[in-house]
Design a protein around this ligand. Structure first.
Ligand SMILES: *Cc1c(COP(=O)(O)O)cnc(C)c1O
Length: 389
């Protein structure tokens, strides 16, 4: 079966009631037939649910679908994307270890790497997405344990060469950890390039309607074992309700991504050359410096478009006041178009020199293009840009 069919058809076994949709297993614990079964479950002699901090059928259905989409052996679902990102670091890194990462990262990932891991004696080297293979190679130290990156990045939509990093990871025997949130497994599968640990903020496109928080980390069985151990005992588990929402949403992920991406491509093209727009950034646009690389590793350009508006923050304020359809919110991956100014919101805490490197300027706007009619969106953006002069 194709993955589009499996994303719809993978389902928790039906109960004796024959329900069509999977029930939400709202229970904190699970019962044993007798004391012997309890003992066997706790000794890992048999598989089964014990306690919802460990596992839950609603959550497992969501995990199974994402593992299928990413072609990974095992996974764990968490209450948020950041809990999953952190679990990957915390389970695998220890005092004295070193991490090599692309600096074009989600704001909170920066905070973990620079403010939390450093507190525990875990050091890092940041490289720009433009770094060459030789530069990545040279950044690897004797104590380097992991390479971490995000592509396309938030908000710069910078592309990191997954195949090239795969060679570096293999050569130095590093854990190859990728945040695949922006692309989703529908348009990019990092595992094809050697990534063995993949993380998602399910809050974004996997939910697709801006309702719940969620995260998921998946990888090889071997690498997931310490992650599952860490999560089971520290407690970032996803709730059954959120898992039920997210698993249902995966049934339409392929369909939604198709429309998200085609709308984004059209909006990016329409914004090019509009008076007051200094620069438009979209991975599959010819004007994107890494469009060839993007086309090599992604099947479409994604749903995010950024552009830079001339005229400073006051212009941004006027523009957002005139813009009628998009929601002004920091979230993304919603069926409704959302827009934010990263410099003053999602990335406001990032150090100024790193911001400059990431192209986070005062006038940068990040758009997560939704599923609305594209003609309506283009018309609305144009009137708000021209009207805010
Ligand atoms: C949103 C986001 C996260 C964090 O996810 P939460 O669900 O908000 O915790 C991590 N990485 C990327 C790329 C994101 O966009």
């Amino acid at each position: 079966m194709k993955e589009t069919t499996k994303a719809i058809r993978i389902q928790t076994d039906r109960t004796q009631h024959g329900e069509h949709a999977t029930p939400i297993f709202m229970t904190s614990s699970f019962t044993f037939q007798d004391a012997a079964e309890g003992q066997a479950l706790f000794n890992n002699e048999i598989e089964g649910n014990i306690y919802a901090r460990y596992s839950n059928p609603s959550v497992q259905e969501f995990i199974d679908k994402v593992c299928m989409l990413e072609n990974m052996e095992a996974g764990f679902a968490t209450a948020s994307g950041m809990a999953a990102v952190f679990a990957g670091f915390a389970a695998h890194l220890q005092q004295g270890d070193h991490l090599v990462a692309c600096q074009a990262l989600f704001g909170s990932a920066h905070q973990i790497i620079t403010q939390i891991l450093t507190k525990w004696g875990i050091s890092h080297t940041y490289l720009p997405s433009s770094a060459t293979e030789e530069e990545w190679d040279a950044a690897v130290q004797e104590n380097t344990k992991m390479v971490y990156l995000e592509t396309p990045s938030n908000p710069g939509l910078e592309i990191v060469d997954l195949e090239m990093i795969g060679r570096i990871a293999k050569k130095h025997n590093l854990i190859y950890y990728v945040d695949n949130c922006f692309a989703t497994p529908v348009i990019q599968k990092p595992g094809q390039f050697g990534a063995n640990l993949i993380v998602h903020s399910a809050t974004k496109f996997m939910d697709g309607q801006g309702r719940v928080l969620g995260g998921l980390i998946c990888g090889t069985k071997e690498l997931m074992e310490p992650v599952v151990f860490f999560c089971r005992h520290t407690g970032p588990a996803m709730s059954a309700f959120n898992a039920w929402i997210l698993s249902k949403s995966l049934e339409t992920l392929h369909l939604r991504m198709e429309r998200h991406c085609s709308n984004a491509e059209k909006l990016a093209a329409a914004l090019e050359g509009v008076e007051g727009v200094l620069k438009v950034n979209y991975p599959f646009s010819d004007s994107h410096p890494q469009s060839a690389l993007a086309k090599k590793q992604m099947s479409s350009g994604g749903a995010l478009v950024t552009f830079e508006l001339d005229g400073g923050f006051e212009r941004i304020v006027r523009f957002t006041q005139l813009l009628k359809i998009p929601s002004k919110t920091s979230n993304l991956g919603d069926s409704r178009t959302t827009i934010t100014n990263p410099n003053t919101t999602t990335h406001s805490k990032v150090a100024p020199e790193i911001k400059a490197d990431l192209g986070i300027t005062e006038g940068l706007m990040r758009v997560s293009v939704g599923l609305e009619d594209i003609e309506d969106l283009i018309e609305d953006f144009k009137q708000a840009i021209l009207g805010s002069k």
